[in-house]
Design a protein around this ligand. Structure first.
Ligand code: TYD
Length: 153
């Protein structure tokens, strides 16, 4: 099964939406296999957003990610990377489809509640960036037989 990385951004923490976002992933049937609170240093943000460091909005983005601690999560499921991206919605909250996390909970393109890995390859890199191996708990759920058919897993 795939693993993906989610960050509950300061916009989620400060607006009190951590529980709402976590509930959505649990309700979908994704397993939380890693979760912790941390503050994001300039260094880790420059690495995490390396594709954006040269953009004029990068200093504002960095500041938005340092307004409070964040919660980083590793979630697991069949095709979890795609599922979580779909649940997250488009970057700009005001353009994101209603029903998605961003579409339901925010207007902004920067204070947009969650980060979610955009590919399987990046998910592996990002999980390694934010979690030590011993912080990932790859346990079995007794409900797997209800979440997936035998020929799906
Ligand atoms: P990006 O990786 O393009 O989007 P996504 O988070 O949907 O994968 O951008 C990363 C974050 O950078 C985005 O969530 C919010 C911020 N950002 C801005 O602040 N302004 C912008 O114009 C863009 C494109 C992104």
């Amino acid at each position: 099964m795939e693993k993906t990385l989610v960050i509950l951004k300061p916009s989620a923490i400060l607006r009190g939406f951590a529980g709402e976002v976590i509930r959505r992933f649990e309700q979908k049937g994704l397993m939380i296999i890693g979760m912790k609170m941390m503050t994001l240093s300039d260094e880790i943000l420059a690495e995490h957003y390396s594709h954006l460091v040269d953009k004029p909005f990068f200093p504002l983005l960095r500041r938005s990610m340092q307004l409070s601690p964040v919660v980083v999560m590793c979630v697991k499921g069949l095709e979890a990377v795609e599922v979580v991206r779909k649940m997250t919605g488009a970057t700009k909250g005001r353009k994101a489809d209603i029903g998605t996390i961003r579409g339901d909970l925010c207007m902004s393109g920067q204070h947009n509640i969650v980060h979610a890995s955009d590919s399987v390859e990046n998910a592996e890199i990002e999980i390694r960036r934010f979690f030590k191996p011993e912080e990932i708990f790859d346990y079995k759920s007794p409900l797997t037989f209800m979440l997936y058919a035998d020929d799906e897993i």
